[in-house]
Ligand binder design. Structure first.
Ligand SMILES: O=C(O)CCC(=O)C(=O)O
Ligand SMILES: [Fe+2]
Length: 372
């Protein structure tokens, strides 16, 4: 019996080259940690071909706008509150892990309408990786990050962890005045993410909030002549700096970087609302403009996004919080204000499940494009 087991193992090992796994944490620091299986690692071997096009069916398209299933009257413990008038809704008394498909469809629409929906007191972090992935997959194919640390054996679970044991991840931030960096997740993809689901497994007592900004309101605030100008333009989004940064840190790039051209004003498939679709994280230039024009216009938009406190929401994480946002209508930033070298400031650790959406569509038939 034991011989059979050994033989099987040997066969597997010789058939596939050994996986090279690098830990982005030190085991000694986390020995007692309940979620140690979710700590960040890098698979330094597996590579992926370019992402292939697919037909995306937005779950938010098919539903009753009143959301009678999600907000069922029979659920007496349900509490739904707007975090600000323009962006962010908080929900208590509903478990993501228990939602049926109709409720998930209505949730997709709610996320599109409110930008980000924050669920409190969730058991989501304890339902296991397979169910976590299944939940995400309902909204779209799961994105595998081209360079990021992930959960062991699960490249679809992008890791969120900064600690004293992976200092290289902090380094690039150290020469900046602020950690604020608004972005829409991997917006350089040909079919960039729709809904992202972020779960924190360990929350510091204070600090480490996340902020989101409404790109829908950001668009609405612009004057009509600027709106009209932007509606006719495409902007380049690039994955190259991220890949170069990873290579610089000695990490494996598992999918080669790409550049894409996306409409600057994007129309959401479910709500029909227009939103600004540029972000300081990944947008590099505006197509068809002179360099100085492109730089000036992007700077204007990036400042607008970053300073718009009156269309932003800042969320404090609690034990059991899960945040879901729509990358087509928001930008977000981590707020890294905690000192990772002070153990009493606690551990901030979580994972992101990122679902891909449609090829962006702009106004008047403008569509994303790229060089093959
Ligand atoms: O850690 C955070 O608060 C957000 C990190 C982030 O940008 C993401 O998960 O996409
Ligand atoms: Fe992000």
């Amino acid at each position: 019996m034991s011989t059979t087991t050994t033989t099987t193992k040997t066969t597997t090992a010789t058939e596939t080259a050994p996986l090279k796994l690098t830990l982005a944490y030190k085991k000694e620091i986390h020995e007692e940690y309940k979620y140690s299986a979710y700590l960040p690692v890098y698979d330094e071997k597996t590579t992926f071909p370019p992402l292939q096009p697919f037909e995306h069916h937005d779950r938010g398209l098919v539903v009753n706008k009143q959301k009678p299933n999600l907000f069922s009257r029979t659920n007496t413990s349900l509490k739904v509150s707007k975090l600000t008038p323009s962006i962010g809704t908080e929900i208590r008394g509903l478990q993501l892990s228990q939602l049926d498909d109709r409720q998930k469809d209505e949730l997709a629409l709610l996320i599109a309408e409110r930008g980000v929906v924050v669920f409190r007191d969730q058991d989501f972090k304890d339902i296991g990786v397979e169910k976590q992935k299944d939940f995400g997959q309902y909204f779209g194919p799961l994105h595998i990050h081209p360079v990021g640390a992930h959960v062991k054996d699960n490249l679809e679970l992008h890791n969120i962890y900064l600690g004293p044991d992976n200092e290289y991840r902090n380094k690039r931030r150290n020469n900046r005045l602020t950690t604020t960096g608004y972005h829409s997740d991997v917006s350089y993809e040909k079919q960039p993410p729709g809904i992202t689901i972020l779960t924190l497994l360990s929350v510091p007592p204070t600090g480490g909030d996340t902020a989101w900004e409404s790109q829908t309101i950001a668009y609405q605030r612009l004057s009509r002549p600027i709106q009209a100008l932007l509606e006719g333009l495409l902007a380049e989004h690039s994955g190259f700096p991220q890949a170069e940064g990873a290579r610089h840190d000695g990490h494996h790039v598992r999918r080669e970087p790409i550049k894409t051209l996306h409409p600057i004003v994007r129309v959401h498939p479910a709500t029909g609302q227009k939103a600004l679709f540029v972000n300081p994280g990944f947008t590099k230039r505006i197509v068809g403009l002179k360099d100085e024009e492109s730089d000036a216009l992007l700077q204007l938009l990036f400042k607008h996004i970053t300073f718009g406190q009156d269309f932003q929401v800042r969320v404090k994480w609690e034990e059991g919080t899960v945040a879901l946002w729509d990358n087509r209508v928001t930008s977000h930033t981590a707020i890294s204000d905690y000192n990772v070298h002070e153990p009493q400031e606690g551990l901030r650790h979580g994972f992101r499940i990122t679902t891909l959406g449609e090829r962006p569509r702009g106004v008047g038939g403008l569509e994303s494009t790229w060089e093959e």
